[in-house]
Design a protein around this ligand. Structure first.
Ligand SMILES: [Zn+2]
Length: 687
């Protein structure tokens, strides 16, 4: 009987066969090749034993534990697997664990690592000697066996006390009790990474310290799609004399930073904008979400990436607007919007200067299909069992621990978030972060959304279609109808309406032509439909539409929600009716053709930005309005910065426009069914 002691360098199942190959040794080379073969003649208990050995070897590779692998002399077939025992009486300094974390992790490395996401390696050491020691360390990193190793020094030193020895669970809840290493971008690309400790040094003496129970984990980084988000700040004025409230730059920065740190993404592709809230304060998130949906529909019809989520930020300076969002639970749908408050309040636990970050993380979580697990006063909507007690990140400190990898730009430090103190972001509890459950759920949704087309056009599937997968796309009959009637002067319109299903009330809020868009959110069956009413005796057409209910409803609340659909209208259409339960709840009738716009001029600049004026042939009337869009890429894509405007002046806000770059501005006057636009000459903003 021979025993090979070493680290699992590589593990693979032979293609198509029941044979596992494992390379064990002190380093990738030399390493000994051993195997486990499951044979057809094996009894069930033998198969179970062999599978258990495979499980131990895989776990040892991931966590980097040294193993003793038994095999007969002269044979490479594995007969036993055990982790090598560690002996503190021989070597007082012992390595307890190495954890590779990006937002939340356990010591078995259960949460997959995302390529190019900021990654911290935490090394836990125990000191069994009576005298405390302060140490620093260096890691050796390798992407492949032939890769020259990179030596990476720890960010910090740590004090090792005998009284705390042998308790890595306690050390994990405190970022100062591990040696921490931020991996360079060069070593977090898709693929494997082998990590080992190059040395541990006593800070006082400067001498290297020998340590026992070495571990050399190998981990895998997975390529992942980015988070695509547009954050729109809503400006409102309140009081007498009126005071204007807008989210601060810190509110925007901290939200985007938080999403990058807490969400399962390497990159947040973001843009920001600032618009005037159409509804008078104190408005609700339903008002803001309706305006945001209208803005988004116009952006999408003007070259925007359909996979972009929209979130509205509202300062709590004038009043507190509770947040809410749409929840596309069963199918990916980036058109679901959300909004929420922001401000400097601490809620008793959040002292980084703004709460709009985790609040936004909750509402955006809804737009990725996440439901309330049902803790701290919220309704339990998520009927899959949330895996941890009280909405926590973990049941014990020996399993999952949250970790905030920090943000050097915003001066945010590395922080360990104790799993039994912190709660999932989808709960209503304090101390909010992403649990492994929500992290994985959002990751799967992001992968599904990445498969959606970036743009739509005639024939492209509707990314907004809700309901079951087979209900998401307009049926063949509908597509044929659309194609035939497009030729006959049909246009697509975006209709955004708010509905209350309990009271059977509703209001059409925004109607805009969206040339190039395809039918969306039209379903087979719904209590709500849009009816396009024709002039004369031509037949009206009715489209059942999806209703996205407000995410924060309690059982006692009215069923309030948003309709955000694109339907076709003909040149002879005279109205769109909103039907709830078969009854007409509201009717939108377009006014006359919108007035021709003669010019758009910059009329002055102030601290906030550039004041613009629209000159049209006559003032706009009821049911007519302006929308304003800007483009910083020469007109390839446009961002809507004003919608439902009735005054012929508006301000281009400096803070959310690219400095020193040419900017194009256009104004669209519309009656809902038809529009006229004027494009301004390029404008250049300087700091
Ligand atoms: Zn919620």
């Amino acid at each position: 009987m021979a025993v090979t002691t070493g680290f699992v360098q590589r593990f693979t199942w032979l293609k198509g066969g029941p044979t596992a190959c494992v390379w064990v040794g002190p380093s990738p080379s030399p390493a000994e090749l051993l195997f486990i073969q499951i044979l057809p003649a094996d009894s069930p208990s033998t198969v179970a034993f062999k599978r258990a050995m495979v499980g131990l070897l895989v776990k040892a590779q991931v966590t980097g534990r040294e193993v003793d692998v038994g095999h007969p002399d002269g044979s490479a077939e594995v007969t036993s697997v055990a982790t090598t025992s560690c002996n503190p009486s021989q070597t007082p300094l012992q390595l307890d664990a190495i954890e590779i974390t990006q937002a939340v992790q356990d010591l078995a490395q259960a949460v997959p690592l995302i390529a190019r996401k900021r990654t911290v390696v935490r090394v836990y050491l125990s000191n069994y000697a009576s005298a405390p020691a302060t140490v620093r360390g260096e890691l050796r990193l390798r992407r492949g066996p032939s890769d020259p190793p990179l030596i990476l020094p720890s960010l910090n030193t740590t004090v090792l006390d005998q009284a705390q020895a042998g308790n890595p669970s306690a050390a994990r809840t405190d970022a100062t009790r591990s040696l921490n290493f931020v991996l360079p971008d060069s070593h977090t690309g898709p693929g494997p990474l082998a990590i080992s400790i190059a040395d541990v040094t006593d800070v006082v003496s400067g001498n290297p310290v020998a340590f026992g129970c070495d571990r050399r984990p190998s981990v895998w980084f997975h390529a992942s799609p980015p988070l695509r988000v547009r954050i729109v700040g809503f400006r409102y004025a309140q009081g007498m004399p009126p005071v204007t409230y807008t989210p601060t730059n810190l509110d925007f920065q901290m939200l985007l930073s938080w999403l990058g740190r807490a969400y399962p993404v390497s990159q947040v592709l973001s843009s920001t904008g600032l618009v005037d809230a159409t509804a008078p304060p104190p408005f609700g998130c339903g008002d803001i979400n309706a305006q945001l949906a209208a803005l988004r529909a116009l952006d999408m019809s003007s070259g925007g990436d359909q996979r972009t989520h929209y979130y509205g930020l509202v300062s709590d300076g004038g009043f507190f607007m509770r947040g809410c969002a749409g929840v596309p639970y069963s199918t990916p749908d980036p058109s679901a919007v959300g909004s929420g408050p922001t401000g400097p309040g601490t809620w008793g636990w959040d002292f980084d200067g703004t709460y709009g970050d985790w609040y936004g993380g909750h509402e955006l979580g809804h737009t990725y299909g996440r439901l309330h697990p049902g803790f701290c006063g919220e309704t339990q909507d998520d009927l899959l069992r949330y895996p941890f007690a009280h909405g926590q990140l973990a049941n014990t400190d020996s399993s999952f621990v949250g970790f905030d990898v920090g943000d050097p730009v915003l001066n945010l430090p590395l922080t360990a978030l104790r799993g039994t103190q912190w709660h999932d972001v989808m709960t209503y509890c304090n101390y909010q972060w992403l649990s492994s459950y929500t992290y994985q759920g959002i990751r799967l949704r992001l992968l599904a959304e990445a498969a959606l087309p970036a743009s739509t056009g005639p024939g492209a599937p509707s990314p907004g279609g809700g309901g079951r997968p087979d209900e998401r796309y307009p049926g063949p009959a509908r597509i044929e109808q659309t194609a035939a009637e497009s030729a006959a002067g049909e246009t697509m319109i975006s209709v955004v309406a708010r509905v209350n299903l309990t009271k059977r009330q509703g209001k059409v809020q925004y109607v805009h032509p969206v040339p190039g868009a395809s039918i969306s959110h039209v379903v087979d069956e719904s209590p709500v439909s849009l009816r396009v009413v024709e002039q004369g005796d031509r037949r009206s057409r009715e489209y059942p539409v999806e209703v996205r209910l407000n995410s924060e409803l309690s059982p006692a609340d009215d069923r309030e929600g948003l309709v955000d659909a694109v339907v076709p209208v003909t040149g002879t259409a005279r109205a769109v009716e909103l039907l709830i339960g078969g009854d007409v709840a509201d009717t939108f009738e377009p006014a006359r053709e919108p007035p021709a716009i003669r010019a758009l001029r910059a009329v002055g600049t102030d601290a906030d930005g550039v004041r613009m004026a629209v000159e049209s042939e006559q003032p706009i009337e009821q049911s007519q309005s302006y929308a304003v869009q800007v483009s910083s890429d020469g007109g390839r894509s446009w961002q809507t910065i004003g919608v439902g405007l009735r005054e012929p002046t508006f301000t281009l806000d400096r803070a959310h426009l690219p400095e020193g770059r040419d900017l194009e501005v256009r104004v669209i006057a519309t009656n809902g069914f038809t529009s006229r636009e004027v494009r301004h000459e390029s404008l250049r903003l300087s700091g």
